[in-house]
Design a protein around this ligand. Structure first.
Ligand SMILES: Cc1ncc(C[n+]2csc(CCOP(=O)(O)OP(=O)(O)O)c2C)c(N)n1
Ligand code: SF4
Length: 291
């Protein structure tokens, strides 16, 4: 379709027919609405987009967006995203999920997605708790907090997801808050637009298991990055991790680097000595001549 005949896609067009079943007031509504707006900002084509997730309240999100999607198994959002991106590099691939899904059972996959610099956007909806399973401690639960599984207080130190992503090789790392629709929409737009692995840690309160005050508490702590922040320097970005009394939001880190697909394509070219790559049928016929 030529640019002149293309119809503008409005944020509402990305809504699916499925109604979210999140608790009233859940932070995940803010992330979903910001995602609709970001997709409209970029005029993302739903028919060329896949959203992948694991299991958790937040992992229900793919069902609420009018694109291709898959709500997989716990902790495996990024394994699915890796497969889709490597098989169909031309698609927009977005992975979503909770802090339990992405940092506990799926923590290993996050490390490898970062170091590979897959051209995938990963939105971690961080509520500092396991929401779906009713309030157990998560890797981002602050030390000392009482949860359903830590009656005497959480004895473990918490992970800073942005610090982890920066130090393992993500090339775009941001922190947002679902109570800040404008800021979050800008961040999701930038994350999807980035070529390489973009990791957005989005504070997304669980009002049921972390309490009604979470939005107020985080809003009071939120502080945008200073205008002179240089996101190309890793040390600058790391300085805004492990914060206790403030929630600095914005693009902490952003650099350009070859993606996993770029590197694999370069190897293919090298291996083929400039000849075109064989089709799948040609490859299979070398193993099974009758194919
Ligand atoms: C292999 C496996 N282990 C455990 C579970 C149980 N389980 C389902 S969701 C979940 C954690 C949910 O927390 P999080 O990923 O932070 O998402 P939220 O519900 O808070 O959005 C767990 C432990 C599971 N479904 N599969
Ligand atoms: S339990 Fe928490 S995370 Fe899950 S839908 Fe309710 S408020 Fe959201």
């Amino acid at each position: 379709m030529s640019a002149s005949t293309r119809v503008e896609i409005k944020p509402g067009a990305y809504k699916s027919d499925l109604k979210p079943v999140w608790c009233p007031g859940c932070g995940d509504f803010g992330v979903l609405n910001a995602l609709y707006r970001a997709m409209a900002n970029l005029q993302i084509e739903p028919w060329n987009t896949v959203i992948l997730s694991g299991i958790g309240c937040s992992s229900r999100l793919p069902g609420y967006v009018h694109t291709y999607g898959f709500n997989g198994v716990h902790g495996r959002a990024l394994t699915l995203a890796t497969g889709v991106k490597m098989a169909r590099p031309e698609l927009t691939v977005i992975a979503v999920g909770g802090d339990g899904d992405g940092l506990a059972i799926g923590g290993n996959h996050l490390i490898h997605a970062c170091r590979r610099n897959l051209d995938v956007t990963y939105i971690l909806m961080d509520n500092e708790i396991y929401g779906l399973t009713k309030g157990q401690v998560a890797p981002t639960t602050p030390t000392g907090d009482k949860t359903k599984s830590t009656y005497w207080g959480n004895p473990e130190p918490a992970v800073d997801p942005c610090e982890l992503a920066i130090s393992t090789g993500a090339t775009w790392v941001g922190r947002g808050f679902s109570g800040d629709m404008k800021g979050l929409t800008e961040l999701i737009t930038g994350a999807i637009d980035h070529s390489g692995f973009s990791f957005l840690n989005c504070m997304s309160p669980c009002v049921t298991w972390r309490g009604d005050d979470e939005f107020k508490r985080l809003k009071a702590m939120q502080k945008p990055l200073p205008e002179d922040h240089d996101p190309s320097r890793r040390a600058n970005a790391i300085a805004y991790t492990r914060e206790k009394d403030v929630l600095t939001t914005g693009v902490l880190y952003k650099v350009e680097a070859p993606t996993m697909v770029d590197r694999v394509e370069a190897i293919k070219q090298q291996a083929m000595g400039g000849k075109p790559a064989p089709s799948t049928k040609e490859i299979l016929s070398t193993f099974y001549p009758k194919f």
